[in-house]
Design a protein. Sequence first.
Lengths: 66, 436
Amino acid sequence: MLACHAGMGLNPDRTAALAEAAGLELPPERLEPVTEALGELLALARGLDELPLEGVEPLLGPPTWE
Amino acid sequence: MTDGLLSVAEARRQIAARHLSAVELTEAVLGRIAALDEGLNAYLHVDGDSALEQARAADRRRDRPALLGIPICVKDVIDVAGMPTTAGAAGWRRHPRRDAAIVARLRDAGAIVVGKGNTNEFAYGADGLNPHRGDCRNPHDPSRVSGGSSSGPAVATAAGMALAGVGTDTSGSIRIPASLCGLVGVRPTFGRFSLAGIVPLAWSYDTVGPLARSVEDAALLLGVPIAPEPDVRGLRIGIVEQLVEAAEPYVSDGIGAMARELEALGAELVPLRLELLHHTTALHLIVQHAEAARVHAPWFQSQRDRYAEPVRRRLEAGRLIPASAYLAAQQARRLVVEEVARAMAGLDAMLAPSTPLVAPARDAVEVTVRGAPLPLRVALLMCTLPISQLGSPAVSVPIGSHAGLPYGMQIVGRPSSEALLLRIAAACEPVPSPLA
């Protein structure tokens, strides 16, 4: 899924489509800055792909240190 | 000493001995607010009449709870009954009838709420700048940032406009202003204190804790007993080398000097390298963007134009983060916690800078750290954000100054190790030099 987003080449049109699917109204003047910000976040997410995440349960409660 | 600059511990002693009344102390604090706050902008709301009424009630009490008659400043994301909660925002506000759980707890202990402290908009920032309500200014040099987002409680405490403060810490929002204002700040164990009545920022990281002028004062606010003579003999303490090496040389040198001092007191210092540390910024930003966007979703559409641009952009982008990215970040966070837990086996605590530098100028967009230009926000968060992943407590204690400006060091431990961390912090604590 991450690779899919990384490879789809984010642009304002795709951001508009994502926003519509997410129920977020984005005025046209917001598409460029949001595309840039989302692109940065997705780039950060791609960097996590180098970690051995297969089989790791997401941490969705207080860390227990066990 | 001016009453507003008394420590919590000393004020307690004087009130207990009836050498000082809660009304006298509160009047002194209100006097300092009247004299200083126009230049520092620590408070968004002051209710002097209510504070004096609380003080008169405190003076009538026959019992002697731990914080009886102590005036405090509460960050304006935390509900105080009868005062507006604005979260430092342009238009958003609520009028709580009930205190947040942490405020109720402090009031039960006798504390007096003087007012609501400035904050970055919705606590979503690290510098203490607020385009809607005015920047909070560093009391050591008003041309410098105070650090944030718990800027108001920090500056009020440092300047004697409260004896202590209550802030929130998600990515470093207590520890950063503590470092830049020369205070002790505690990020408690995740979940130790209820967050009921507090405007959230990111559920995975939010905590509430004290800002104080001494370790003893911080311990009193936390309700954690500490020994009068700190003893670190036999403790094994790690030094997070990557964070120390990433800070400005004067900060690294300060931590090195403190490590030698702890060794001289009988602790063993151990170098520590954490392989996954460099992934923490990525995973943190993904989790925080997604959770903050969800927090703000109910009102975002109607309030969009009232947000400052950086916060608005983060909230919009956060709404569009794929669930797979969020879950990958939480998987990565589990790996980080597991790595630190393994590294801490056989250790009692670890040390790291609180900030990589002293307070930058308020108009700085970028700062230079170790010769490299960094966005101000990145620099301020780089030492505290990795620690926020762990769920463990962290105490920021002032350990030095550079060019007349203070900086602090984090002492980090296992979950629920606040008493031990405060004991180590007390051994590191300098002789106080309060602002005049």
